[in-house]
Design a protein around this ligand. Structure first.
Ligand SMILES: C[S@@+](CC[C@H](N)C(=O)[O-])C[C@H]1O[C@@H](n2cnc3c(N)ncnc32)[C@H](O)[C@@H]1O
Length: 212
């Protein structure tokens, strides 16, 4: 059984079906007490919650679903009318996320796309009927953050005011991305220090507002 399957089983045994907060609490408890996992986690998650509440996106894209933790975290704060898409290229992770999201009762509110982000970003407008995103959460492999924010720009998926939040700026680190959003002139960008998931180590989120 994989770690991700162990997390899912723990959630199914310890959380309440249809209660997203209880799912998040169970995933976090497992992450702190049993096995580390690369979810955004409960500490940085509070900052992400704040950004989501402030932005109140009607359209949102996530790059990097993993087990569905951050998707559940975000969508529990969105109105039913909001459109939330999440992209994951590992089919085993996508399958776990699918079960986790269904257990949380959010299966009708989250559009899961199993694909490499670079392949699907250019198809989002036509295939998923997206115009632009109000908010984007970038949390997949750190070495493709710059490639993919540029793809979002060139495919006209960002509009003036789109809030782009990126995880793991310090740990494991996305220095090329941080440099890009801070110096390219297209974003108003701020770093928000926090802790690396399920640890006392430093990490943080970068919030970058597209100037259009
Ligand atoms: C850090 S985890 C995501 C954690 C998740 N956002 C959360 O907080 O619950 C990163 C995930 O991105 C996926 N991934 C990495 N590169 C990708 C790419 N180019 N396209 C799609 N998924 C990718 C990995 O398979 C992994 O499941």
């Amino acid at each position: 059984m994989s770690k991700e399957q162990r997390v899912l089983r723990y959630v199914q045994q310890n959380a309440s079906r249809g209660d997203p907060d209880s799912v998040l609490a169970a995933v976090d408890k497992f992450g702190w007490e049993t096995e580390w996992a690369m979810n955004v986690g409960d500490v940085k998650g509070l900052i992400l919650d704040r950004f989501v509440k402030e932005t109140a996106p009607q359209t949102m894209l996530e790059l990097g679903t993993y087990m569905g933790y951050s998707a559940i975290r975000v969508v529990r704060l969105l109105p039913e009318t909001a459109k939330f898409l999440t992209v994951e290229f590992n089919p085993e992770n996508a399958a776990i996320a699918n079960e986790m999201i269904a257990f949380a009762g959010l299966q009708n509110r989250i559009i899961q796309i199993t694909s490499d982000s670079a392949d699907v970003i250019p198809q989002l407008k036509k295939k998923y009927d997206v115009d632009t995103f109000d908010m984007v959460f970038i949390d997949h492999w750190k070495d493709v953050y710059v490639r993919d924010i540029k793809l979002l720009e060139t495919n006209n998926l960002l509009r003036k005011g789109t809030v782009v939040v990126a995880d793991n700026i310090i740990n494991p680190g996305a220095p090329e991305y941080a440099d890009y959003v801070r110096t390219c002139g297209k974003y108003d960008s701020t770093f928000h220090e926090s802790n690396f998931e399920y640890s006392d180590d430093i990490d943080g989120l970068e919030k970058s507002v597209y100037r259009g």
